[in-house]
Design a protein around this ligand. Structure first.
Ligand SMILES: Cc1cc2nc3c(=O)[nH]c(=O)nc-3n(C[C@H](O)[C@H](O)[C@H](O)COP(=O)(O)OP(=O)(O)OC[C@H]3O[C@@H](n4cnc5c(N)ncnc54)[C@H](O)[C@@H]3O)c2cc1C
Length: 398
């Protein structure tokens, strides 16, 4: 089999870039190991309204809910509510959303090979993608795009997988007491060290999940559901069928291109540093990937041409992600006591106002910069010794 481009992975990033390239007239093959696009999908499904607008994606029947507020539970469990009383984000049915993108790619002319796993990739002038499944064999292509998620085989084979640091996540669908328009965020080292837990209503059920930098996420999720003072009271019934685990890559830890190879989505580690969200960022960067792939395929998809992809990504998100990665590193080091102190500042009306004025669901840079103005007061409350710990952490970020 031969194609201009083989895309490994039929998730949102793969289908999106596949559709864009097929629309431009290229011969595109998307290889997906599962029998159905979007199944399984381990995702809370929260995506900013602005992000979809920017991408030109009109909300469809895959929208399960509309979020107007965030309720943050610090380790003290004294909730802090933040709202501008407008819809900030959608909760989506990931399976259905992914299928819409897959159908668009197919109707633009891309070939979707479901139930076929990519087992090897050899990069060269005429790259070879080896697949096993209903079409066991080899596909030759001028360009290979890795859209195969966090532990991407394409990234590995192309020598682009340098960091194996992941956030481990687990999520379950439950019947729970929740406000339909609120995303709840739970912070605390004993439940979700280095990250956070969440509860959000998605249609008839609620998704409860967490991410952690330590331990077994499934065991931690069980502990969260049973022992967390707030969550254990809210959750009525666990629909165990819908338990899933997933990885979130270390944000922006990978070079997303090399000679005749591009990475998109989680395979490229294009995820938001503070929340791990990758749908908007993945698709936004996949747009650049399609543009640069087109230039490459019209001439030679060599490293020099494909490098522009990374430049475009950095131009749009670079500064914001640098800030986000630093903020995340500091957050990962925080004790529960420091989290309580730090989040306590959100109770001040002036700080709340600052947050609401600068909050953007998809871009966190301006919020981080605005909050930096509150640092002197916070440093005083945290004390010099504790602050030095975080300064050292900040300096350790490369
Ligand atoms: C628990 C959890 C909650 C999340 N919640 C949110 C959220 O609320 N909002 C948000 O924006 N993001 C969220 N994310 C992140 C989001 O799910 C990802 O950023 C998004 O799925 C990335 O899309 P993708 O297309 O790059 O990769 P994926 O969705 O991972 O798709 C990759 C595809 O490649 C296929 N594949 C992998 N290897 C091979 C192979 N060798 N051969 C063939 N096919 C292969 C897989 O089957 C899969 O279909 C969450 C992640 C987790 C783990």
């Amino acid at each position: 089999m031969r194609a201009d481009v083989v895309i490994v992975g039929g998730g949102p990033a793969g289908c999106f870039v596949g559709g864009s390239l097929a629309k431009r007239g290229f011969d595109v093959v998307v290889v997906e190991e599962h029998g159905e696009v979007g199944n399984p999908a381990c995702c809370a499904g929260i995506v900013g309204v602005g992000g979809f607008e920017e991408l030109g994606i009109k909300p469809g029947s895959w929208v399960l809910g509309k979020l107007r507020r965030a309720v943050i539970y610090p380790p003290s469990n004294e909730p802090i509510e933040l709202t501008r009383e407008k819809v900030e984000a959608f909760v989506i049915n990931r399976a259905e959303f992914d299928r819409v993108l897959a159908r668009e790619a197919a109707s633009a002319g891309a070939t979707l090979l479901l139930k076929n796993r990519c087992v090897d990739v050899k990069i060269g002038r005429d790259s070879i993608v080896k697949i096993r499944g209903t079409h066991t064999g080899e596909i030759n292509a001028r360009l290979v795009i890795g859209a195969d998620g966090p532990s991407s085989i394409v990234a590995r084979k192309a020598g682009l997988l340098k960091s194996e640091r992941y956030l481990k996540c687990a999520q379950v669908e439950v019947i729970a007491e929740a406000r339909a328009d609120a995303a709840e965020v739970y912070l605390g080292r004993s439940f979700a060290p280095g990250f956070f837990g969440w509860l959000v209503q998605a249609g008839d059920v609620c998704r409860v999940g967490l991410g952690t930098t330590e331990g077994n996420p499934l065991q931690m999720l069980r502990f969260f559901l049973e022992k967390h003072l707030v969550i254990s009271k809210k959750v009525e019934k666990v629909r165990t069928l819908e338990i899933c685990t997933g990885l979130i890559p270390e944000p922006f830890s990978r070079k997303p291109y090399t000679n005749r190879v591009l990475l998109v989505g989680d395979a490229a580690a294009h995820v938001k540093p503070l929340t791990g969200g990758g749908i908007y960022i993945g698709l936004s960067c996949a747009k650049f990937a399609a543009e640069v792939a087109t230039r490459g395929l019209e001439a030679e998809p060599d490293e020099k041409t494909l490098r522009i992809y990374d430049q475009m990504v950095k131009e749009k998100f670079g500064r914001e992600f640098e800030l986000g990665v630093r903020a995340r590193r500091v957050f990962e080091m925080m004790s529960d006591e420091d989290l309580n102190t730090t989040l306590g500042i959100l109770k001040k009306d002036s700080v709340k106002k600052l947050v609401l004025e600068n909050f953007d669901f998809d871009h966190h840079g301006s919020l981080i910069r605005a909050l930096a103005a509150e640092l002197p007061g916070l440093l005083q409350e945290l004390g010099v010794k504790r602050v030095m710990k975080y300064v050292r952490g900040l300096l350790s970020v490369k």
